[in-house]
Design a protein around this ligand. Structure first.
Ligand SMILES: C[S@@+](CC[C@H](N)C(=O)[O-])C[C@H]1O[C@@H](n2cnc3c(N)ncnc32)[C@H](O)[C@@H]1O
Length: 432
């Protein structure tokens, strides 16, 4: 199979049909060699990170946009531009393979057209790049609604830095399972396997790999010695700080990364209840529990309607890792910016608000709720919590961690801060 043609199909499914890259890409990679798998990923991620810029080049070089059944070829051309601009693939190979992609897409008659556009690009690229660099939208490569929101929240300069970070490749983070090894022991095992890693001072279980690798190359992955989880996401279980004998709820739990981390850190809790509204994603929670040999009560349910699943005992601690815009993880999911709409934000804020209030009712007096999102938008974070505090008399903020000398009660992590994803945390306690 021609990898460029596959990339064009994947991109068409994501950009035109609104499908998620994390669903479409693994399916397309299934029968490929490791090398082609990696190339397909580079091409899809790369084009999505630079989409409006590549679209601009295409518009500038073609009289008429390719539509309908020819739309795959539009993406094939973008894949060609991407290789020529951002990869080390020699231009004759990039052009040749991309042109052959037209045949693989069952449009052999259009090979000449693809060849012509790519060759014109090679001739005119300097001039086109200069023009693109004068248009902020083509420099940031983010939709204008998001640019506006980020600039409103963080000012022009920081917003530009955030968007630049969103366009970088995210590092691979590991979470060492404290039940089996401490971090230093596991780091030595990685070294023996030829994998260099860095530890970070703010999290005892976290390691950042120098270079991403296939999970099956990680020592003891299948035996549950280690999991893949971003450094910011790993803070949730530390901040939740579950204690022996407690009843703990992970209210939006799938795929279960944080559920299992809470159990790894505190195997002596009374019970972990893992709820999620998405039955398919809950299967991943079960898989994670099985791989790590941990136990939880897994429930398919709506966190905003606990009446349908709650078993009658209030919780000591609740993790509310709320559904959100995921604007903090654009590095890892470059399609998010094109799939989300500005109007989604208000809907998400309303959903988060109803989940927060419903869960608060199921928290014991004196109990703790950790609110988390992988968003960097204040509406879903600081403003959400501010509104919650204004309307909930028995709620107050408490320090996220006693080990953290700053004693901060909320934390907005921006993408690439200490190499982590963008995340927000707020820790609330219910009065006695
Ligand atoms: C940010 S993800 C959770 C990630 C998870 N905590 C982890 O660390 O692996 C948010 C989850 O909320 C779930 N969700 C969305 N609406 C929900 C609702 N009303 N009730 C419960 N879960 C919901 C989604 O299916 C999704 O799995």
């Amino acid at each position: 199979m021609n990898v460029r043609a596959l990339a064009a199909k994947v991109l068409n499914q994501v950009v035109e049909q609104g499908q998620s890259l994390s669903n479409v890409l693994p399916a397309a990679q299934q029968d490929l060699s490791p090398k082609d798998k990696a190339l397909l990923q580079v091409l899809c991620y790369g084009v999505l990170r630079t989409l409006p810029r590549l679209d601009f080049f295409c518009r500038s070089l073609m009289d008429k946009a390719l539509k309908g059944k020819q739309r795959n070829l539009h993406f094939l051309i973008l894949v060609g531009f991407y290789q020529l601009l951002y990869t080390r693939i020699p231009s004759h190979a990039a052009v040749g393979e991309t042109v052959n992609g037209a045949k693989a897409l069952k449009k052999p008659a259009l090979k000449g057209m693809v060849n012509g556009v790519l060759r014109s690009f090679l001739r005119e690229q300097e001039n086109l790049i200069e023009k693109a660099n004068q248009q902020p939208a083509l420099v940031y490569c983010h939709p204008s609604w998001l640019v506006k929101r980020l600039q409103g929240a963080y000012g022009e300069q920081l917003a530009a830095e955030i968007m630049d970070n969103n366009n970088q490749q995210a590092p691979m983070w590991l979470r060492v399972n404290a039940i089996h090894h401490n971090r230093e022991q596991y780091q030595a095992l990685l070294k023996d396997a030829g994998l260099n890693s860095f530890s970070c001072e703010f999290n005892d279980n976290a390691l950042r790999l120098e270079k991403a690798t296939d999970v099956y190359k990680l020592p003891g992955f299948e035996a549950g010695w280690v999991s893949v989880q971003d450094g910011a996401a790993q803070l949730a279980a530390h901040y939740l700080d579950a204690q022996p004998g407690e009843l703990v709820l992970d209210a939006c739990s799938a795929p279960g990364g944080k559920t299992v981390h809470v159990l790894e850190l505190q195997p002596d809790i009374k019970q972990m209840v893992a709820v999620d509204a998405d039955a398919k994603r809950l299967l991943r929670v079960q898989e994670n529990l099985q791989r790590l040999k941990l136990n939880a009560t897994v429930i398919h349910g709506d966190a905003s309607q606990p009446g349908s699943w709650w078993h009658g005992e209030r919780f000591d601690r609740i993790l509310c890792d709320a559904p959100c815009s995921a604007t903090g993880v654009i590095r890892r999911h470059p399609d998010i910016r094109w799939l989300r709409r500005d109007s989604d934000i208000a809907d998400l804020v309303a959903l988060q608000q109803s989940i927060l209030h419903a869960l608060w009712d199921k928290l014991k007096p004196g109990g703790i709720l950790l609110y988390a999102t992988c968003s960097i938008l204040p509406d879903e974070n600081a403003l959400q919590i501010q509104r919650f505090l204004e309307t909930t008399k028995d709620a107050s903020l408490i320090p996220l961690s006693l080990q953290d000398n700053s004693r901060r009660k909320v934390r907005q992590i921006l993408p690439n801060e200490d190499g982590m994803d963008g995340f927000y945390y707020a820790k609330l306690q219910k009065s006695l």
